[in-house]
Design a protein around this ligand. Structure first.
Ligand code: ARG
Length: 493
């Protein structure tokens, strides 16, 4: 098979017997030599942009329909192109047609295959259009739909966190700062912190989507076109909210991809933090949760091991998403207007980041939904710590002692306890009173984790009533009505 057979019917001249084409590409007219093989391989993007196939066909159909409506092509020609493009899609699906790397990218492949279906009229599809506005339109379309899927996946992880929080409203755990036990909190409160992080992620993605919703088609190569295109009609048919007002900006803008990657990077960072907690909590040292077997793997040498590999890999894959952001920022830096082939390098990282997030989000939701919460281990962890110390100081403050002074007094009590190997709650009222006569017998009641949690009932705090209010707001954020009665927490889970 000769190279020239790749491009068949789009090249009318080739059909003339006796005429040799030095370069058989669709753009080969001004060339006197064939493309070097290594150059062909280096410049091809088909392995990455093949996934634009469906949006490329849809965008071409909208373009063809508009060309027909404006009388730039006859209605009949437009209908032939539209039906032909459906046929190209069908034959690619059945495997009858294959994409050819020698044809560089998805756009030239589709046009070439269209010619095999409808003949030379395929050559009219590209009227008033360039691959520059074509690829930009494809990417905008693709990313709009991808962002919608991603937001739905974020929402589902939020739902998983909310349900887990609701089901464990009575579980108290140590809250940490500096990874040192700080103050007891409701486990539900801790989980809901991630709910709100993800709420902001969904908002950032939705915001990026607004600017993905602009249609570049009609910008042509860079300057627009002399054909009387109806850009609004194409945009409307493809579901875009508006068209780019500047053709040069339209073909060179990749901000919407940067915004996606920036929002995606923050999202990935949040998933990494969540997964780090799952790794810590599922360790024997913490033992706060047990991850389901379905989300763990074993060791090839140590028979006892059950490793949180999914959580670890989600944590690690954050690097790929950041990498894509920095990769594209670097590609764009210093690029002159308008289209430069550099822009072809936008896709690899964007698709990789997208795939990474789309894989990670449901796995995180699955881990949360299936993990076993070990409330007994959390309570046991609170037994021996000093996480009620602030509340003992607050007790003195309520009785008129300046906070700094109260802080010092309780600090000394803690030091006494550490030296004697005791806990705050082992102290007697007399021992407390030896440090401050403001201590009364009720001071010791302030030391239980339950009392510490219950005290923090202000908005956003960890007391059960505050967390219940938070749950209500979380449910509202997901657009879900409050359940008539909160379900009773199932034992053990
Ligand atoms: N494959 C190219 C890309 O992804 C399509 C646009 C090519 N345009 C051009 N003038 N070579 O950017």
């Amino acid at each position: 098979m000769t190279r020239s057979s790749h491009t068949g019917g789009t090249r009318a001249r080739e059909d003339r017997p006796g005429e040799e084409k030095p370069n058989p590409k669709p753009w080969g007219g001004r060339f006197t030599a064939a493309t070097d093989r290594a150059v062909e391989a280096f410049t091809a993007s088909i392995d990455v942009d093949a996934r634009l196939l469906d949006v490329d066909i849809r965008a071409s159909q909208a373009h063809a329909r508009m060309l027909g409506a404006r009388g730039i092509l006859s209605r009949e020609e437009a209908e032939t192109l539209i039906a032909g493009l459906d046929e190209v899609r069908r034959r690619l699906q059945t495997g009858e047609f294959r994409l050819d790397p020698a044809l560089e990218d998805v756009h030239m492949n589709v046009e070439h295959l269209l010619a095999r279906v409808v003949g030379p009229v395929a050559g009219k599809l590209h009227t008033g259009r360039s691959r520059n506005d074509q690829v930009a339109t494809d990417m905008h379309l693709y990313m709009k739909e991808a962002i919608d899927r991603l937001i739905a996946a974020v929402r589902d992880l939020q739902r998983a966190l909310l349900e887990k929080a609701e089901a464990h409203l009575d579980v108290i755990m140590p809250g940490y700062t500096h990874l040192q036990r700080a103050q007891p909190v409701l486990f539900a409160h801790h989980l809901l912190a991630y709910f709100w992080m993800l709420e902001r992620d969904a908002g950032r993605l939705a915001d990026a989507r607004k600017r993905t919703d602009w249609c570049p088609l009609g910008a042509a190569a860079l300057a627009g076109t002399g054909f009387p295109l109806d850009r609004e009609m194409v945009a409307r048919e493809l579901g875009f909210s508006r068209v780019y007002p500047n053709s040069m900006d339209a073909v060179s803008d990749r901000d919407y991809l940067l915004e996606f990657l920036a929002a995606g990077s923050i999202l990935a960072m949040h998933l990494s933090r969540l997964c780090e907690e799952l790794v810590l909590w599922s360790s024997e040292e913490f033992g706060f949760i047990e991850l389901d077997d379905a989300y763990c793997t074993g060791s090839s040498i140590m028979p006892q091991k059950k490793n949180p590999d999914v959580a670890e890999l989600v944590r690690a894959k954050t690097g790929r998403v950041y990498g894509a952001l920095f990769g594209l920022l670097t590609v764009l830096k210093g690029l002159p207007l308008t289209y430069n082939r550099d822009l072809q390098e936008d896709k690899h990282g964007v698709f990789d980041a997208l795939d990474t997030l789309e894989a990670a989000l449901p796995l995180c939701a699955g881990m949360i939904r299936t993990m076993r919460v070990r409330a007994d281990r959390m309570v046991a962890a609170l037994e021996n710590d000093f996480s009620a110390a602030t509340d003992l100081a607050d007790y003195l403050v309520e009785r008129g002692v300046p906070f700094r002074e109260a802080h010092r007094i309780v600090g000394e009590l803690v030091l006494d306890c550490i030296r004697q190997g005791r806990r705050l709650r082992d102290l007697t009222v007399e021992e407390l009173r030896a440090r401050s006569d403001r201590f009364g017998p009720d001071a010791l009641q302030r030391l239980s984790p339950q009392a510490v949690v219950a005290a923090r009932k202000l908005y956003g705090g960890t007391a059960r009533e505050a967390v219940e209010r938070q749950l209500q707001e979380a449910r509202a954020a997901l657009g879900e009505p409050a359940p008539p009665e909160p379900p009773p927490p199932p034992a053990g889970r």
